[in-house]
Design a protein around this ligand. Structure first.
Ligand code: ADP
Ligand code: MG
Length: 714
């Protein structure tokens, strides 16, 4: 015991940072509990415990009576005695039921787990305080799994009257480590810590301007607040800190790279650009297009590499922005490439670019995909290497090592979320000085999410559609209305339009989805017999060649109906298609529905999106359908998607490690996020190396806590 104590002291005093101490060295923990804390809650060190925040607080001063309980009652604390407890039910229904009485009435308390442990605590002699959430079962009020404590055992853990309740697990409870016990450990820890152990990391001026609580105070107050106002202030401070530090790190990377990377300098806007812009632009640009073009122009004129993400809703006109950017590169004597995720899309880009540039024969445009024949491929590769082709469009075939450019100045990646980071990095190596990179995506990402997931890229948004677009009318129809829906499709087809009918994704293992699609296909054929109508079908089990052929027939207008899974989701442009029917809509996420819907409404005709479902619908599915019917705005939909699903599932950000915040919520804390981002950006742009004396605390903190790549800025 003595040996243990001295070893413990030695270890702690040898650590520069007491918060790095292993958790078992905290008084009251020891090896066994330490093990459980590590396994159950991931608490390895003192710091982990300090950052294990309360779920809620019990206001010890508030004791209610049982007679006060009504259907509005949420959490409640009552004081009284047990009059009875017994185990009832068997197997899964086995539970401990107790009756608890105060001067005004009786309430039932129930436990489904940890029964033997609870039984040991319950005794009929002592007065108890019981705290928990009231629920109603057959009209009877009850509290399941309440917190409880004998009044005689209650000791003040601090000055505070609010008692923190921590997240815990059944296993921990079984080891006598319930929410309150964890509170006691936290209290022990806080009484060990001094101001120097929790140094300030936010510059004084920001603290002042935003009236943020000092860091040391905040940690005390989040665990043991004197009232809920103090708790709120502490929480606000710690949330700000969490996001501010993340933003500072991202900005150091982003600003550092943008200032110090070597990059190609596009000195001028030359004659090709001017000629095209003044005489061959088929429409005038939207303000959003002009703004983004200007951002790109400025970014590529500085002599540093551009790494920019361009987000624009489906149909916002990214292609023309891509072309104009490429013409700037061409004017400066450089080559460009534009990469798309599928052959169909690459071919479409090629076609649009050729069409746009048809009166400007001086610029050579070529298409390179996996299906280009050997002879032609050799020719393209030679001309690319010689610099004779200025704009090369294609699929990922473009990043193969065989593709050598004479002087690649700008690489554009369309529909970015289908390309991995590693693949993008290969583009960088296509030139001795890395080319500028423009990543375009039509998957709207909520701003708060983009700030974190892509915070190391510069970021442009096109939040405006070209004028004259007719909004797509979206409606919800039930299976029972199928006949009417099919009649409507027939009308549209007879007007010369084309229609999509989309089924949920087919994956290798999803036998059921496959059957649904096949049944659906048969059903469509009964409404649209093959002697009068022609139908294309595309799904993931087909060979790429077959997919391509079927798709191409629809694109060319040879077929009127496209029955498909979501493989057609990205970027396909068939302006003559005016109706999209989505089957089993409840199986799709919001962003995906929006992407799918973006396939129609691309021409001058009025377009429709019909969301089909059965009668039985969950609450979330209903909500998604309601949103889809209410708006066409991709950014609004993305925000809703984030609210409904949380950040983990949003397309394109799944692999991002930057989204794991302990306190801050990307949905609810928008104001804090915006403020933290702005302060971090200003701070780093004014003092990139954190050399100003007022930024020393921040710098020290970042150096101590690692994660920041300082080699980049020193
Ligand atoms: P996306 O951003 O989805 O890639 P596209 O670049 O394919 O959008 O553009 C969609 C359609 O809008 C195209 O037919 C394009 O010619 C047209 N378009 C783009 N910009 C404008 C504009 N400023 N005015 C009118 N039509 C435009
Ligand atoms: Mg596009």
């Amino acid at each position: 015991m003595v040996i243990f104590a001295s070893t413990k002291k030695e270890i702690i005093s040898n650590l520069a940072d007491i918060l790095e101490s292993p958790i078992e060295y905290l008084k009251g923990v020891g090896p066994l509990r330490g093990d459980t804390l590590r396994k159950e809650l991931g608490i390895f060190t003192f710091r982990d415990l300090l950052e294990h925040y309360p779920l809620r607080y019990i206001d010890k001063t508030q004791v209610s009576t049982i007679s006060q309980i009504d259907f509005q009652t949420d959490y409640i604390q009552i004081k009284g005695r047990f009059i009875f407890s017994d185990i009832v039910g068997e197997k899964r229904a086995r539970r401990l039921v107790a009756r608890f009485r105060d001067n005004t009435g009786i309430i039932e308390l129930v436990w489904f787990q940890g029964i033997s442990w609870v039984q040991k605590i319950i005794n009929l002699d002592d007065e108890f305080l019981v705290y928990g959430k009231v629920s109603f079962f057959n009209g009877q009020a009850q509290i399941s799994h309440p917190e409880m404590e004998a009044v005689k055992d209650r000791q003040q853990t601090g000055k505070s009257y609010l008692e923190p309740i921590y997240p815990t697990t059944e296993k921990l409870k079984a080891k006598n480590m319930n929410a309150r016990q964890i509170g006691k450990l936290t209290y022990t820890l806080l009484s060990l810590l001094q101001q120097k152990d929790i140094p300030e990391n936010i510059p004084e001026n920001i603290l002042q301007e935003l009236r943020l609580m000092p860091r040391f105070t905040a940690f005390g107050a989040i665990h043991f607040p004197k009232d809920m106002d103090e708790q709120k202030a502490a929480l606000r401070r710690l949330k700000f800190e969490e996001f501010f530090l993340a933003q500072v790190r991202l900005n150091i990377t982003r600003i550092g790279r943008s200032r110090h990377s070597q990059g190609i300098k596009f000195d001028k806007v030359g004659s090709i650009f001017k000629e095209f812009y003044e005489h061959h632009l088929p429409f005038s640009l939207t303000n959003a297009q002009k703004r983004v073009l200007k951002e790109i122009r400025q970014d590529t004129a500085r002599g540093h590499q551009m790494n920019r993400l361009l987000q624009g809703d489906v149909g916002s006109g990214k292609t023309i922005v891509a072309l104009l950017s490429m013409l700037i590169a061409v004017d400066n004597g450089y080559q460009c490439c534009m990469m798309a995720p599928t052959e169909i899309l690459a071919a479409q880009h090629y076609k649009s670019l050729q069409e746009l540039m048809k009166d400007m024969p001086g610029v050579n445009i070529a298409l390179l995909t996996g299906s280009v024949k050997t002879r032609e491929r050799r020719d393209i590769l030679e001309k690319t290497a010689a610099g004779e082709i200025q704009i090369l469009t294609g699929t990922h075939a473009l990043i193969e090592d065989k593709v050598v450019f004479k002087n690649l100045g700008l690489a554009i990646v369309d529909e970015q979320h289908r390309f991995g980071v590693a693949q993008r990095a290969r583009l960088w190596k296509k030139n001795s000085v890395p080319p500028h990179i423009l990543v375009m995506t039509a998957t709207p990402i909520p701003r708060t999410l983009a700030m974190t997931a892509y915070g190391d890229l510069d970021y442009s948004v096109m939040d405006e559609l070209p004028p004259g677009r007719q909004p797509i009318t979206t409606v919800h129809r039930y299976e029972t209305q199928r006949m009417l829906v099919m009649d409507f499709l027939r009308e549209e087809i007879h007007k010369g339009r084309q229609v999509y009918i989309i089924y949920p994704l087919i994956e290798e293992s999803e036998k059921l989805d496959y059957e649904n699609l096949m049944n659906g296909y048969e059903l469509v054929k009964t409404y649209f017999p093959e002697d009068k109508y022609s139908i294309s079908m595309v799904h993931g089990r087909q060979t790429p060649e077959l997919k391509e052929t079927n798709m191409q027939r629809f694109v060319n207008g040879d077929t009127q109906i496209m029955v498909s899974t979501t493989v057609i989701e990205v970027g396909v442009n068939v302006p003559n298609a005016s109706v999209m029917v989505i089957e089993s809509t409840e199986k799709f996420g919001l962003s995906q529905l929006h992407q799918l819907r973006g396939r129609v409404g691309r021409g001058s005709e009025k377009s429709y999106c019909i969301l089909m479902t059965g009668k039985q619908l969950g609450k979330d599915a209903r909500e998604r359908i309601k949103i889809m019917c209410a708006t066409n705005d991709g950014f609004m939909i993305a925000e809703k998607d984030l609210e409904l699903r949380g950040p983990g599932d949003i397309e394109g950000t799944r692999q991002s490690g930057e989204l794991n915040f302990k306190l801050v919520s990307l949905v609810a804390d928008r104001n804090i996020l915006e403020a933290a981002k702005e302060y971090a950006e200003t701070l780093i742009s004014e003092d990139e190396k954190l050399e100003k004396p007022e930024n020393a605390p921040l710098k020290n903190y970042l150096m101590r806590r690692g994660k920041t790549n300082w080699s980049k800025i020193s």
